[in-house]
Design a protein around this ligand. Structure first.
Ligand code: HEC
Length: 159
Protein backbone atom coordinates (compact mmCIF):
# COMPACT_ATOMS: atom_id res chain seq x y z
CA UNK A 1 0.00 0.00 0.00
CA UNK A 2 2.60 2.47 1.16
CA UNK A 3 4.90 1.41 -1.67
CA UNK A 4 2.20 1.96 -4.23
CA UNK A 5 1.42 5.39 -2.82
CA UNK A 6 5.08 6.31 -2.94
CA UNK A 7 5.27 5.14 -6.52
CA UNK A 8 2.27 7.31 -7.32
CA UNK A 9 3.99 10.21 -5.60
CA UNK A 10 7.05 9.63 -7.71
CA UNK A 11 5.00 9.57 -10.87
CA UNK A 12 3.25 12.77 -9.85
CA UNK A 13 6.57 14.46 -9.21
CA UNK A 14 7.75 13.39 -12.64
CA UNK A 15 4.54 14.61 -14.25
CA UNK A 16 4.68 17.93 -12.50
CA UNK A 17 8.33 18.35 -13.33
CA UNK A 18 7.51 17.63 -16.97
CA UNK A 19 4.85 20.34 -16.82
CA UNK A 20 7.45 22.76 -15.55
CA UNK A 21 5.84 23.27 -12.15
CA UNK A 22 8.15 25.14 -9.85
CA UNK A 23 6.99 23.51 -6.57
CA UNK A 24 6.56 19.78 -7.12
CA UNK A 25 7.80 18.97 -3.60
CA UNK A 26 5.03 20.88 -1.86
CA UNK A 27 2.31 19.21 -3.94
CA UNK A 28 3.72 15.76 -3.24
CA UNK A 29 3.60 16.43 0.50
CA UNK A 30 -0.17 16.74 0.24
CA UNK A 31 -0.66 13.17 -0.94
CA UNK A 32 -2.66 11.30 1.70
CA UNK A 33 -1.63 7.72 2.28
CA UNK A 34 -4.68 5.70 3.21
CA UNK A 35 -4.50 2.60 5.33
CA UNK A 36 -5.89 -0.56 3.73
CA UNK A 37 -9.67 -0.73 4.03
CA UNK A 38 -10.07 2.94 4.83
CA UNK A 39 -12.74 4.63 2.71
CA UNK A 40 -11.66 7.15 0.09
CA UNK A 41 -11.92 10.77 1.12
CA UNK A 42 -14.45 11.35 -1.63
CA UNK A 43 -16.88 8.89 0.00
CA UNK A 44 -20.34 8.81 -1.57
CA UNK A 45 -22.73 11.20 0.11
CA UNK A 46 -25.89 9.48 1.29
CA UNK A 47 -29.11 11.21 0.21
CA UNK A 48 -30.75 12.95 3.18
CA UNK A 49 -29.23 10.30 5.40
CA UNK A 50 -31.23 9.15 8.34
CA UNK A 51 -29.30 8.03 11.36
CA UNK A 52 -28.48 4.35 11.31
CA UNK A 53 -31.27 2.57 13.13
CA UNK A 54 -29.94 0.91 16.25
CA UNK A 55 -31.31 -0.38 19.53
CA UNK A 56 -31.14 3.11 20.90
CA UNK A 57 -33.03 4.65 18.02
CA UNK A 58 -36.78 4.34 17.75
CA UNK A 59 -37.47 3.31 14.15
CA UNK A 60 -41.03 4.65 14.23
CA UNK A 61 -39.78 8.03 15.45
CA UNK A 62 -37.30 8.16 12.58
CA UNK A 63 -40.14 7.20 10.28
CA UNK A 64 -42.30 10.00 11.58
CA UNK A 65 -39.56 12.42 10.51
CA UNK A 66 -39.17 10.78 7.13
CA UNK A 67 -42.96 10.87 6.70
CA UNK A 68 -42.61 14.64 6.29
CA UNK A 69 -41.82 13.77 2.65
CA UNK A 70 -45.42 12.49 2.37
CA UNK A 71 -47.38 15.13 4.26
CA UNK A 72 -47.88 17.29 1.19
CA UNK A 73 -50.37 14.63 0.08
CA UNK A 74 -51.10 12.45 3.13
CA UNK A 75 -51.72 12.61 6.85
CA UNK A 76 -51.79 9.68 9.23
CA UNK A 77 -53.94 11.22 11.95
CA UNK A 78 -56.85 9.20 13.34
CA UNK A 79 -59.94 10.49 11.55
CA UNK A 80 -57.80 12.92 9.55
CA UNK A 81 -59.05 14.01 6.14
CA UNK A 82 -57.84 12.55 2.89
CA UNK A 83 -56.01 15.16 0.87
CA UNK A 84 -54.34 14.75 -2.53
CA UNK A 85 -53.68 11.24 -1.22
CA UNK A 86 -55.78 9.13 1.17
CA UNK A 87 -55.51 9.28 4.97
CA UNK A 88 -53.00 6.66 6.06
CA UNK A 89 -53.98 6.12 9.68
CA UNK A 90 -53.96 2.38 10.30
CA UNK A 91 -53.02 1.57 6.71
CA UNK A 92 -50.92 -1.45 7.77
CA UNK A 93 -53.31 -4.40 7.67
CA UNK A 94 -55.87 -2.48 5.62
CA UNK A 95 -56.96 -3.47 2.14
CA UNK A 96 -55.54 -1.16 -0.53
CA UNK A 97 -57.98 1.49 -1.71
CA UNK A 98 -60.20 1.33 1.36
CA UNK A 99 -60.32 4.89 2.75
CA UNK A 100 -64.02 5.69 2.40
CA UNK A 101 -63.63 9.36 1.51
CA UNK A 102 -61.03 8.97 -1.20
CA UNK A 103 -61.40 8.56 -5.00
CA UNK A 104 -58.76 5.91 -5.71
CA UNK A 105 -57.46 4.98 -9.11
CA UNK A 106 -59.15 1.94 -10.62
CA UNK A 107 -55.72 0.27 -10.55
CA UNK A 108 -55.30 0.50 -6.78
CA UNK A 109 -58.97 0.01 -5.92
CA UNK A 110 -59.17 -3.23 -7.90
CA UNK A 111 -55.83 -4.60 -6.68
CA UNK A 112 -55.89 -7.47 -4.22
CA UNK A 113 -53.25 -5.89 -2.03
CA UNK A 114 -53.60 -5.91 1.73
CA UNK A 115 -50.96 -3.53 3.02
CA UNK A 116 -48.26 -5.19 5.07
CA UNK A 117 -44.57 -4.43 5.54
CA UNK A 118 -43.54 -6.19 2.34
CA UNK A 119 -46.19 -4.70 0.06
CA UNK A 120 -45.73 -1.19 1.48
CA UNK A 121 -41.99 -1.49 0.99
CA UNK A 122 -42.52 -2.49 -2.62
CA UNK A 123 -45.10 0.22 -3.28
CA UNK A 124 -43.01 2.99 -1.71
CA UNK A 125 -39.90 1.92 -3.61
CA UNK A 126 -41.70 2.31 -6.92
CA UNK A 127 -45.48 2.94 -6.77
CA UNK A 128 -46.23 2.61 -10.49
CA UNK A 129 -43.82 -0.29 -10.83
CA UNK A 130 -45.91 -2.23 -8.30
CA UNK A 131 -49.41 -0.93 -9.09
CA UNK A 132 -49.43 -0.02 -12.75
CA UNK A 133 -51.79 2.91 -13.28
CA UNK A 134 -51.73 4.19 -9.70
CA UNK A 135 -52.36 7.90 -9.29
CA UNK A 136 -49.55 8.16 -6.75
CA UNK A 137 -47.05 9.58 -9.18
CA UNK A 138 -44.65 11.13 -6.65
CA UNK A 139 -43.31 10.22 -3.25
CA UNK A 140 -41.23 7.15 -4.07
CA UNK A 141 -38.53 6.51 -1.46
CA UNK A 142 -35.29 5.10 -2.84
CA UNK A 143 -33.56 4.52 0.48
CA UNK A 144 -34.55 1.14 1.94
CA UNK A 145 -33.83 2.11 5.54
CA UNK A 146 -35.97 5.18 5.13
CA UNK A 147 -38.82 3.03 3.73
CA UNK A 148 -38.54 0.63 6.66
CA UNK A 149 -38.71 3.55 9.08
CA UNK A 150 -41.75 5.05 7.35
CA UNK A 151 -43.57 1.72 7.38
CA UNK A 152 -42.71 1.27 11.08
CA UNK A 153 -44.18 4.69 11.72
CA UNK A 154 -47.36 3.90 9.74
CA UNK A 155 -47.68 0.60 11.64
CA UNK A 156 -47.33 2.47 14.94
CA UNK A 157 -50.31 4.68 14.08
CA UNK A 158 -52.67 1.74 14.20
CA UNK A 159 -51.47 0.25 17.45
C1 HEC B 1 -47.81 13.91 -4.77
C2 HEC B 1 -48.70 13.36 -3.78
C3 HEC B 1 -48.24 12.15 -2.99
C4 HEC B 1 -47.10 12.00 -2.24
C5 HEC B 1 -45.95 12.98 -2.04
C6 HEC B 1 -47.21 10.71 -1.63
N1 HEC B 1 -48.37 10.08 -2.01
FE1 HEC B 1 -49.04 8.29 -1.36
N2 HEC B 1 -50.68 8.45 -2.55
C7 HEC B 1 -50.96 9.53 -3.36
C8 HEC B 1 -52.15 9.26 -4.14
C9 HEC B 1 -52.75 10.18 -5.17
C10 HEC B 1 -52.56 7.96 -3.75
C11 HEC B 1 -53.75 7.19 -4.31
C12 HEC B 1 -53.20 6.23 -5.34
C13 HEC B 1 -54.24 5.55 -6.17
O1 HEC B 1 -55.44 5.68 -5.94
O2 HEC B 1 -53.80 4.82 -7.08
C14 HEC B 1 -51.63 7.49 -2.75
C15 HEC B 1 -51.72 6.26 -2.12
C16 HEC B 1 -50.86 5.84 -1.12
C17 HEC B 1 -51.00 4.60 -0.40
C18 HEC B 1 -52.13 3.57 -0.55
C19 HEC B 1 -53.18 3.92 0.48
C20 HEC B 1 -54.43 3.06 0.45
O3 HEC B 1 -55.39 3.45 1.16
O4 HEC B 1 -54.48 2.05 -0.24
C21 HEC B 1 -49.99 4.55 0.49
C22 HEC B 1 -49.70 3.46 1.50
C23 HEC B 1 -49.19 5.75 0.31
N3 HEC B 1 -49.75 6.51 -0.68
C24 HEC B 1 -48.08 6.06 1.05
C25 HEC B 1 -47.29 7.19 0.83
C26 HEC B 1 -46.11 7.49 1.59
C27 HEC B 1 -45.61 6.69 2.77
C28 HEC B 1 -45.58 8.63 1.07
C29 HEC B 1 -44.29 9.34 1.45
C30 HEC B 1 -43.10 8.57 1.38
C31 HEC B 1 -46.46 9.04 -0.01
N4 HEC B 1 -47.47 8.15 -0.12
C32 HEC B 1 -46.26 10.17 -0.77
C33 HEC B 1 -50.25 10.70 -3.44
C34 HEC B 1 -49.01 10.94 -2.83
Amino acid sequence: MRNRALMAAGLLTATLAACGSSEPERVVEQIVVREPGEPAASAVVEPAALEEPSDKVDLAALGEEAFQACTGCHNADPGGPSMAGPNLYGVVGRKAGAAADYPYSEALASSDIVWDYASLDRFLANPAGYVEGTSMVAGAVRNGEQRAAIVAYLASTSE
